[in-house]
Write a protein that binds this ligand. Structure first.
Ligand code: PEP
Ligand code: MG
Length: 325
């Protein structure tokens, strides 16, 4: 298997019926780029920038951030790099911000909610991102968007920072895509409206599943509700992909589900454009996809979405489509 996979490192990702999709990687630091390239990643689909802010006593400076973003963009040599703005809160804490303790951190003051209020923190990051934009193919992504208003506010701030930099004589790329994560069911429900304003979506299934099923996946008592293949989740994912395509935009996925052998056939059939996963999952995923026909799977999608349970979906996929393991 390993040898079979190794042959695919420099190959594009093509299904049995010659359809191309993009296989990208999730990273947390510039050092992770090496593994992405060694495993044949066609891009970075999620750079989790919060690691720059964690495990230290103060906020990273604009210069520190600029250097990290530039390094990733340069090492990826023009391949797409989706950098997500600060996604702190939930289980990721920054003690030095002295935020009040919350009863439900995952339903609280986190990610974009914090950035839209702590605007100095957000503007510093946006300045670093925009300054780095000329060193590669940058796409900016906002986390935990719940409302169209939040997306507009975040994008406006990005544009205002861009104008500020241009006034200072700093060069900024003219074609930066601006997109958002779909991690909250409300956003999936409104995907058709969002699709008119974003350049792309990336579905964050780690959070989307927990919010849709109302079950904390860290809580053993309810972890049985963490069901990636539950048709409730699949239907939401379909809404997002269809909404994106209707407006000529692309849809990716950067939650764990994107690299999952049971999910991959379904996601191909739903028309997902970009799959972002841990680097080590890329070659197995590419290998699996060469054995799958997108066209053929599409004809099963209506049936799969009409199934009743997570288990029924697993059984159906295992019976009808190739997996690597
Ligand atoms: C997600 O929610 O699926 C996601 C990719 O974000 P994170 O895992 O960083 O919360
Ligand atoms: Mg998330």
């Amino acid at each position: 298997k390993k040898q079979e996979w190794a042959k695919l490192v420099n190959e594009p990702t093509t299904t049995k019926d010659e359809k191309h999709v993009e296989l990208a990687a999730n990273i947390g630091t510039p050092e992770d780029v090496k593994g992405v390239l060694e495993n044949g990643g066609e891009g970075v689909g999620l750079y989790r920038t919060e690691f720059l802010y964690m495990g230290r006593n103060e906020l990273p400076t604009e210069e520190e951030q600029f250097n990290s973003y530039k390094e990733v963009l340069e090492k990826m040599e023009g391949k797409p790099v989706v950098i997500r703005t600060l996604d702190i809160g939930g289980d990721k804490e920054l003690p030095y911000l002295n935020l009040p303790k919350e009863m439900n951190p995952f339903l609280g003051f986190r990610a974009i909610r914090l950035c839209l209020e702590e605007t100095e923190i957000f503007r510093t990051q946006l300045r670093a991102l925009l300054r780095a934009s000329v060193y590669g193919n940058l796409k900016v992504m906002f986390p935990m968007i719940a409302t169209v208003g939040e997306f507009r506010q975040a994008k406006e701030m990005l544009l205002s920072v861009k104008e500020e930099l241009i006034r200072e004589g700093v060069e900024v790329s003219e074609d930066i895509e601006v997109g958002m994560m779909v991690e909250i069911p409300a956003t999936a429900a409104m995907a058709d409206v969002f699709a008119k304003e974003v350049d792309f979506f990336s579905v964050g299934t780690n959070d989307l599943i927990q919010y849709t099923m109302a079950a904390d996946r860290m809580n053993q008592k309810v972890s049985y509700l963490y069901q990636p293949y539950n048709p409730a989740i699949l239907r939401l994912v379909k809404m997002v992909i269809d909404a994106a395509h209707k407006e000529g935009k692309w849809a990716g996925m950067c939650g764990e589900m994107a690299g999952d052998q049971i999910a991959i056939p379904i996601l191909l059939g739903l028309g997902l454009d970009e799959f972002s996963m841990s680097a080590t999952s890329i070659l197995p995923a590419r290998s699996q996809m060469t054995k799958l026909s997108k066209e053929e799977i599409s004809s099963h999608i209506d049936h799969i979405l009409s199934l009743a349970t997570n288990e029924e979906v697993i059984a159906y996929v295992t019976e009808h489509f190739a997996t690597e393991e």
